[in-house]
Ligand binder design. Structure first.
Ligand SMILES: O=C(O)CCC(=O)C(=O)O
Ligand SMILES: [Fe+2]
Length: 287
């Protein structure tokens, strides 16, 4: 089986972007360096108890729970739980460079769409093949359309062929919408802890089955989207305002606290408080 194309994180970002746009996905080796991955994992450890949440998760929408699988332990709201996430992973220079190239042509500023840890337990069944951007299936643009989303899954422990590595179909971002994917076309992103696969919102992929007896697959799924779109995860209510105030401005803006200012492009000024930019108000002690 062909492998996904791999580029080391230290390579020029133009190389990463070129593969991403051509194939719809690229494995970036050592995306999080060993020190960063270790510090991030240490902050996640207390939250991850190796307890699958099952399909009955109280207030969680049943369709959403089924999408993530009943052997998965799911950790959302990372910006509030992990300072390393909020100040280093969210604003990682590789993500920033790639999102600048892919999303910025289509918006005045991009934002975090969601970030969560998918801790996939033994016995986990394969996720259905999908395009992440189909959560906005109603966006009335012809396809192919300008990129509205950039996504990534980072291996926080080693991703192997049998512990549920993300499977990706290279080239599927260019497919006709009617073409039905098959499992045989999906290539597992086998990678060492710290490496990550970056893919377009239009690229078909899914988490794989975890057929191991006792190995949990710890992956972080993160995606960014254009700043004028409704996000999947509501960051304003996922991180307390007192905590958001303490973050660097770049993090505050990626979490959606800043305005989306498209006035220079004759667009609007979205996300205001008293007609002003909430990030500026926070800096001035007014919010
Ligand atoms: O966990 C994975 O490997 C992929 C998850 C995914 O594709 C999703 O949640 O949309
Ligand atoms: Fe996905």
């Amino acid at each position: 089986m062909a492998d996904l194309t791999r580029v080391h994180a230290s390579a020029p970002t133009a190389e990463i972007i070129e593969v991403l746009l051509d194939q719809g996905a690229v494995v970036v080796e050592d995306l999080l360096d060993a020190d960063l991955a270790a510090r991030f994992n240490a902050e996640l450890d207390p939250y991850l108890t190796h307890t699958p949440q099952g399909s009955d998760r109280g207030f969680v929408n049943a369709g959403v729970a089924a999408f993530f699988g009943d052997r998965t332990e799911h950790l959302a709201g990372l910006a509030a739980k992990s300072p390393v996430f909020a100040t280093e992973v969210l604003t990682h220079p590789v993500y920033t460079a790639v999102a600048d190239a892919v999303l910025l042509p289509n918006c005045a500023a991009y934002q975090l769409n969601l970030a969560h840890v998918l801790h996939r337990g033994p016995g986990g069944t394969p996720q259905m093949l999908h395009r992440d951007e189909d959560v906005w299936v109603q966006v009335p643009h012809p396809r192919p359309r300008p990129a509205i989303q950039l996504a990534s899954v980072v291996a926080l422990n080693d991703f192997t062929a049998d512990n549920g590595s993300t499977r990706v179909i290279p080239g599927s971002h260019k497919w006709d919408r009617d073409r039905v994917p098959t499992d045989a076309e999906a290539i597992p992103a086998v990678m060492k802890a710290g490496s990550g696969v970056i893919y377009l919102g239009s690229t078909i992929h899914a988490a794989g089955a975890n057929t191991t007896a006792d190995v949990w697959r710890r992956g972080m799924h993160i995606s960014y989207c254009v700043g004028w779109l409704r996000t999947e995860e509501n960051q304003y209510l996922s991180i307390p305002l007192e905590q958001a105030r303490t973050l660097p401005e770049a993090s505050q803006r990626l979490l959606g606290f800043g305005v989306h200012d498209a006035v220079a492009q004759r667009g609007g000024y979205l996300g205001t408080v008293d007609l002003a930019d909430p990030v500026t108000l926070m800096a001035a002690g007014r919010l």
